[in-house]
Design a protein around this ligand. Sequence first.
Ligand code: ATP
Ligand code: MG
Length: 390
Amino acid sequence: MERLILIRYGEIFLKGKNRSFFENLLKDNIKNALGSLAGEVYKIPGRMIVSKYEKCNEHQIINILKSQAGIYSVSPAVMIDTDKEEIYKKAVELLAEDEGTFKVKVNRADKSFAPSSMEFARLVGGKILASIPSLKVDVKTPEHVLEIDIRENGKTMIFTKIIKCMGGMPVGSSGKGLLLLSGGIDSPVAGYMMAKRGTKLYALHFHSFPYTSELARLKVEELSKKIAMYNAGDLEVYMCSVTRLQEAINKYANEAYNVTLLRRGMFTVAERLSKELGFSMIITGESLGQVASQTIESMSVVSNVVKEIPIIRPLVAFDKQETIEIAKAIDTFDISIRPYEDCCTVFVPDNPVTKPRLYSVMKEEEKFDFKTIVDEAYSTIEKVIIKADR
Ligand code: ATP
Ligand code: MG
């Protein structure tokens, strides 16, 4: 007998000729995310299997599979030789502790196996009823379903549990995206949502060391460990200092435009990095109207610096509460609410512009050598590779 985990994938099925591309991607992501925890990940028709692992790691492996986009559900299963007596024995063993109602479902990939699926399900059901008095049959709404999958290779898989996973598309199937990652609640959620749709994430964080502390950086690294779980096991994080830029803006520009100018600098750096490294989109956690810098006018003058790639804002129409619920579900909320200073909270004006006009913003930038200082910020970028937090 061998323990294994059966993986079902959802939408990949819809992809016709591309199906094997999506399947291979999912397989590679699973291998990368599991690392040395499992010895084998392989395809069978329409499904995938994880095997050759220590039983004590099964729970952890299932948790990792739950955070791989593209997986619809998983079932821990046992694989035995296709032998009727063995199957009866195992079926009874798997339901021995249960009570209530049950049903047996048989699937024969091996059509040479007799009797028919229906008949065999009835036979197995009879054995269970005879051995476990606390169980009754209910074919319509059973509390327990025992599934028997008789495969072509002389092996049979048996399982009772179906664990729902995150769905979506395998990471890497929908481009590479540069996530602007702050230490707040929103941006990790925005990243998660794009990973779920198949975008491979890379992150860019702006800091104003020494105005922002080492703790703020650690917080971003902690968040990155969580995001890495949804990004097939790791996340490349680019750290960029905007200290000099903020000092210059603070010194030369009209205070009301501080945040607008800083954000234009940030997006300029983001597009340049994206072009250099081949990312196809910039992702942010902005939500319409949330703060002065997220009015449609502010977003427009900031977006204006990005010329060649789309800016994706998955949370644009979300209420904060909706974002918070996802942040809790993906386990980033508790990290995000730790107190810290973000570069956006240093030098914040009392009365920021809420409806900046492009013309006025550009006038502010002409007061000093904005472009050169943004280039300097770009040259401070350092890369850190963060591994998933298991
Ligand atoms: P968050 O909760 O994600 O910090 P927020 O509601 O605090 O968002 P802002 O601070 O205005 O909003 O930031 C809007 C978006 O700009 C963030 O979601 C993030 O994508 C990006 N951003 C803000 N600060 C930074 C930073 N220091 N480094 C990288 N990106 C940032
Ligand atoms: Mg923020």
